[in-house]
Design a protein around this ligand. Structure first.
Ligand code: HAM
Length: 429
């Protein structure tokens, strides 16, 4: 009996050995993941962020409160479970709610006036699986808690753009909007309902449900008919309170100063109830209408989850979508497992000695692999090549007796005799 992967998931496995013809897509290649994650951590470090890791499941109620009951994510996409002890838990569909829950549980505001948190990890949404949309997807994200000034909003967008650029992804479209405050949305929602009501019979069942439960979410609809019917709906921007309008203008001014091109998209409300004021999304043409990443401000969420009134803003990006984009753009595949040297022992005595020698070299900071299969020299040299090794170190009885090794530089096929004592320094170069 063999078991397949659950729908909407994929395996991440080591890169195909060098020299082998078959390609592996970036999404399945663990070296690509390590590269993207390392670049994300490096860029975030430059902006003063520190890492947070939270459980992949949380109390179900957390997501109902934070993300919102009427959102598609909570209404249709969560993986809910009841534990043997009777607790109702949900696999996290996104990272913000858990990060804020942890901020409140750990009382992080006591140690620092502004918390700048980054995270990387899996999220679970029961979506219609397709390329770029998975049931387990991975997000890299950031959250800034404690700062309400518009410069932070621009800084988060700047960080996101810097990250994509560091990977070689250009041709980005940054869309920004302001969704105002809960209070300023009341009048807008009345106007939206008044506009939508006569059209409701022509709308999708989902939008009929949204009209009753959470009318703003009608604007999240991906249904073409809904989109067309809502084309002339009133614009949220016309209902913004003065402070939100000013905040939005300032965010745009900062983006101009940073030289980040953007489009104002008044239909962009994003699928979460927690957003207030700034909402943004970043796209790249090769991904079509699937966003590379998105985020926004949430000035009431911390308080809503039991913490002190604390403004917040954050951003999340799908690592799979980043990898698909890099591959579609024809960017070079991030490096695989590059070995410094591959040890090729010839004969039993050399095989015994190889274990100790490999350990000495590794302790000297080198990346070393060894032949474990007792193969012929030709096969071992092929393995060295496949592992991307710079050197093959050949030891046999003669070398052992002389306490030397025969070192072959694989790129040039030049050969050197090096004393065992000098090997670490020689390989390090
Ligand atoms: P989101 O827009 O739902 O926002 O997700 C962020 C990014 O995760 C998306 O732009 C996309 O790249 C990726 N993503 C989402 N769902 C999937 C999926 N099913 N398959 C593949 N990739 C996916 C959030 O989750 C917010 N928590 C972002 C945020 C952080 N807002 C404030 N702070």
């Amino acid at each position: 009996m063999q078991y397949g992967r659950p729908d909407g998931t994929f395996d991440i496995v080591p890169p195909v050995p060098c020299g082998r013809k078959e390609a592996r897509s970036f999404v399945n290649d663990s070296a690509c993941w390590l590269h993207v994650e390392a670049v994300f951590r490096k860029v975030c470090k430059a902006y003063g962020f520190a890492e947070i890791r939270t459980p992949i499941f949380e109390q179900t109620d957390l997501f109902h409160r934070a993300v919102g009951d009427g959102t598609d994510i909570v209404a249709k996409e969560t993986y809910d479970l009841v534990t043997r002890g009777g607790d109702r838990l949900t696999l996290r569909p996104e990272g913000t709610a858990g990060a804020i829950r942890a901020y409140v549980s750990e009382r992080l505001w006591i140690e620092r006036p502004i918390a700048k948190l980054l995270y990387i990890g899996p999220n679970f949404r029961y979506e219609r699986a397709q390329r770029g949309r998975y049931r387990q997807h991975h997000q890299a994200g950031v959250e800034v808690l404690g700062a309400s000034m518009p410069s932070i909003d621009a800084e988060i967008i700047d960080l996101a753009v810097a990250f994509y650029k560091a990977l070689g992804i250009t041709d980005l479209t940054v869309k920004v909007n302001s969704v105002g405050t809960k209070e300023s949305r009341v009048a807008y929602i009345d106007a939206l309902k008044a506009y939508a009501e006569p059209l409701l019979s022509e709308m999708s069942d989902d939008n009929k449900r949204r009209f009753e439960q959470n009318p703003l979410r009608m604007l999240d609809s991906k249904d073409k008919r809904d989109i067309a019917l809502l084309e002339n709906a009133p614009n949220l921007v016309d209902f913004l309170d003065d402070a939100s309008a000013e905040h939005f203008n300032k965010v745009c001014t900062y983006l101009d100063a940073l030289g980040i091109p953007y489009e104002v998209d008044h239909r962009l409300v994003r699928g979460f109830d927690y957003y207030t004021r700034t909402a943004f999304e970043i796209q790249c043409k090769v991904l079509g209408d699937k966003a590379l990443g998105g985020g926004g401000r949430y000035n009431q969420l911390v308080e809503q989850l039991g913490g002190p009134a604390t403004p917040g803003i954050g951003f999340g990006l799908g690592i799979e979508r980043v990898l698909i984009t890099m591959e579609e753009l024809g960017l070079p595949r991030p490096g695989g497992n590059q070995l410094d040297a591959f040890l090729c022992p010839m004969g039993d005595a050399a095989r015994d000695a190889a274990t100790t020698l490999a350990s000495i070299l590794r302790n000297a900071g080198l990346t070393i692999d060894v032949d474990y299969l007792g193969r012929r020299l030709k096969a071992m040299l092929e393995m060295a090549d496949a592992g991307g090794a710079r050197y093959a170190i050949v030891i046999g009885d003669d070398e052992l007796a002389a306490q030397t090794a025969s070192v072959r530089e694989l790129a040039t096929q030049t050969q050197h005799t090096v004393s065992i004592a000098d090997l670490p320094a020689f390989i390090r170069g």
